[in-house]
Design a protein around this ligand. Structure first.
Ligand code: MV4
Length: 505
């Protein structure tokens, strides 16, 4: 029985994992870097161990230090979260060799799914539909003939890749050789492997994934779908469940295929199978993720299942606590990723001190976060600060709720993408649930901020006028500054509002 878990991660996911541990009566051990002394995951845990300098390579990616911390603290298990060592086969193996439970699949599973060519091969053998393409590493001699067989356009991908790196789209035969060499050299420098393969390019696909769980007794269940097509440069921004695109019939078939895929590799733990879904709702295996994913909460909200608890239950060697017929999607969930970034300046990450946080609350609202008033965001890690998750009985109500909580969320001191997310929630295609992976590029105009200035000026004018009225009526009333939002003095609001021509008094 696991009584103490070391969480080999930081940020919101470390806190998220600890919350489930606490409910289960399991002690938690945090590990942290120099830059994370004041991080929330450190204060939340029962114990915390400093493991090194700020760069991840000296701390959160250091297998030896994390194993040592587990031994020092007497933790029987390690939860890797997402990112960092979560899909590192060597780490999973080291845990096993040291007699520590890795809360995740075996090194073998991680390895075979990490290599995209071998993953494709596994899936073909299992009878899972994959994108038409090559079954082996691509060499230059067979390149042209293979691409003619598949038919243009094709996409060249790195076998060790994922997430868009080392990927090249080829629409014309004349571009083929150059794209091939570019993909190869990018793959080499990013992943130290220049193995590439070729797939038919699916135009305007949806990115839809199926969550599943497998135990050590051979039981596998799928946990339905998540629509993840709102992405920018292969970074997901918004996810929702169920997908507004697929029909019940396609959803059932995708679920069954996911179970078949997981069974064929004797999968143990929580995993996700990603599909590309074309306009005709044909779906093709894309990748299998062998970790708990950032967007897992929308599945939890729709199913009422705590995925971290299930992971721990599986790691304890217990059988799954439910069967497929017990699992039903109820209502609709949306997640927005709140990031410290400047959406007006190429989405560059913004560092600095958070002055204040007003966190949304209320029915159907969940905030997975690790920020607090006065917290300084280190420059060394991911820019994601929190995840805003809403649930409601229907999609349209979930959308209304998301708009409301994005309004309520106020983070001052640093720039965030909250206004950008609000614009996504107001974009026609998102509102109607009619979007593909091209949503962000197709809506760049709607999503840029120029409209906001007018709206803001109007609000400022109203506030300024109201303040004037109060001051005139009662000179004892002290007008200072609002606790949140615009921290400029009243005089500057007035000047700004006047300049905009919206203030008449
Ligand atoms: C594709 C594709 C179209 N056809 N493969 C992007 C990242 C990596 N996970 C796979 N990706 C894609 N693979 C074929 N055969 C289009 C994409 C793609 C994409 C996929 C999911 C979400 C967003 C995307 C944005 C651009 C391209």
């Amino acid at each position: 029985m696991i009584k103490k878990v070391l969480i080999a991660n930081r940020g919101e996911i470390a806190v998220r994992v600890m919350r489930s541990c606490r409910e289960m009566g399991i002690k938690t051990v945090a590990v942290y870097s120099d830059a994370d002394r004041t991080s929330m995951h450190v204060s939340y845990a029962d114990e915390a161990i400093l493991i090194g300098k700020a760069p991840s390579s000296d701390s959160y990616l250091c297998i030896d230090k994390i194993i040592e911390a587990a031994k020092l603290s007497g933790a029987q298990a390690i939860h890797p979260g997402y990112g960092f060592l979560s899909e590192n086969a060597e780490f999973s193996q080291r845990c096993q060799d040291e007699g520590i439970i890795f809360i995740g699949p075996s090194a073998k599973s991680i390895q075979s799914m990490g290599d995209k060519i071998s993953a494709r091969k596994c899936m073909i053998d299992a009878g899972v539909p994959v994108v038409p393409g090559t079954a082996a590493s691509m060499d230059e001699e067979n390149l042209l003939s293979t691409c003619r067989e598949i038919g243009l356009p094709v996409i060249i991908k790195a076998s060790a890749g994922g997430g868009g790196k080392g990927m090249r789209l080829v629409r014309d035969e004349s571009e083929l050789i150059e794209a091939y060499h570019e993909a190869k050299s990018e793959a080499q420098s990013s992943f130290s492997s220049d193995e590439v393969y070729v797939e038919k390019y699916i135009e305007s696909p949806h990115h839809i994934e199926i969550q599943f769980l497998g135990d050590m007794h051979g039981n596998i269940v799928h946990l339905f779908d998540r629509e993840c097509s709102v992405q920018r440069r292969h970074q997901k921004i918004v996810e929702e469940s169920p997908s507004p695109f697929i029909t019940e019939d396609v959803r059932q078939r995708m679920g069954e295929i996911a179970v078949k895929a997981a069974k064929s590799v004797n999968y143990v733990g929580a995993g996700t199978i990603e599909f590309l879904v074309d306009e005709k709702m044909n779906f093709y295996f894309l990748e299998m993720n062998t970790r708990l994913q950032v967007e897992h909460p929308i599945t939890e909200e729709v199913l009422g299942i705590d995925l971290v608890k299930e992971q721990i239950n599986i790691a304890n060697g217990n059988a799954l606590r439910f069967s497929q017929k017990d699992i039903e999607q109820r209502g609709h969930a949306i997640e927005c990723r709140i990031c410290a970034e400047d959406t007006e300046n190429g989405f560059i990450p913004t560092a600095g001190i958070i002055n204040s946080v007003r966190t949304p609350q209320g029915i159907g609202v969940r905030v997975d976060s690790f920020i607090y008033d006065g917290y300084e965001i280190p420059i060394y890690y991911d820019s994601m600060l929190s995840k805003l998750i809403v649930w409601a009985t229907q999609r349209k109500y979930a959308l209304e709720r998301m708009r409301r909580v994005l309004y309520e969320y106020k983070i001052t001191g640093i720039k965030t993408n909250i206004d950008y997310l609000r614009r996504i929630m107001d974009t026609h295609d998102f509102v109607n649930g009619e979007y593909t992976t091209h949503f962000i590029e197709e809506n760049q105009k709607n999503l840029s901020s120029h409209d906001d200035n007018e709206e803001e000026a109007e609000k400022i004018a109203v506030i300024a006028a109201y303040m004037d009225y109060i001051v005139a009526k009662n000179s004892e009333f002290s007008v200072t500054q609002p606790p949140h939002g615009d921290q400029r003095p009243i005089s500057r609001w007035r000047a700004f509002a006047k300049q905009k021509g919206v203030l008449r008094i």
